[in-house]
Design a protein around this ligand. Sequence first.
Ligand SMILES: Cc1ncc(COP(=O)(O)O)c(C=O)c1O
Length: 370
Amino acid sequence: MRKGDLDTPAVISDVEVLERNIERMADLAAKNGAAIRPHSKTHKTREIAQMQLQHGACGITVAKVSEAEVMIAEGFTDIMLANEVIGQAKVDRLLELAGQARLSVAIDSPLGVSQLGRAAKRTGTEISVFVDLDTGCGRCGVPAGSGEAVELAGEISRHRGLRLAGLMTYEGHVYKARSCDEVRLISDDVSRLVLQEINAFRAAGLEVEVLSAGSSVSAPYVAASPAVTEIRPGTYVFNDVTQLRLEAAGLEDCALSVLATVVSGPRNGVIVLDAGSKTLSSDPASSGYAFDYVGYGLVKGMPGARIAALNEEHAMVSVDSCDAKIQVGSRLELIPNHACAVVNLHDELVVVEGERVRDVWRVVGRGKSR
Ligand SMILES: Cc1ncc(COP(=O)(O)O)c(C=O)c1O
């Protein structure tokens, strides 16, 4: 089958670009002496996680207990849940999994420690924990430099079933950068903060075995930090408009696209596609500076086109300033603003090699948000 024979909308991934992205990030980690534990929330597929391991990943990262359940069922044995797990039902499921795989989890509160510690004791299970450090993202984590991380590590040590694996941070605020220089400045600040925290741990007599950090954008900088032992990039496998805007990737590095058909128009300079918010998600591209992209994605090969509005099943694309001849039945390829959100909306990824359809991979982690 050829790409042109696919029914639409279809989420397609170019396997050569995908493999190149995986290889490049693995090389970057290796050159800097850092381990790589890619975040699987971007692709949620067995096949891509396997490719990442084949290229030297030490394990994978997930965000949810249900993602861990799926990935363990798919045969993965070394998983970091880089997120806080709160609530008895989830903690119980987590400990069940800890008996089946090498599993670690993030913690940023005394309640999180005591819930997990008590459950570990009750079930006689040991689980590794990372103290989550907020280095500026403003999401989860105890504030870096506040002394709270050392305090939390002290509480962890009072539970026999909990093993302190190290520190983790997610520097998601790098997506707010307005320039390449700012990406570097934010990343360097993160490296400084984690080094300072490691020193605070050492002063308290605590060893930080693993310091896990990183997103796709900051990876080149934090991987070079002597304090960081492991990076956890996710989006780099596919890239998207957000990565383009931050100059973390070029158009030739985008391995994921949505194939759509023009179902109406052109009328008043607008064409309508069969891919709406239920296909593309309505995520905006994170703020960036490189291009003046406004809209819900990028139309490949049509620089003047703008995905101006989405309904659930339709995209309204303004083509006023395009030379290309477009008519009902034409097919367009779209680069989404946020690849991870798109994949989670679909059951399968169609794998292509150039124009040839090579395979279909199941998005096994689709909708696993609990
Ligand atoms: C905790 C954590 N680690 C790593 C990542 C990967 O970051 P990116 O998608 O920028 O590569 C994310 C992304 O949301 C994350 O939340």
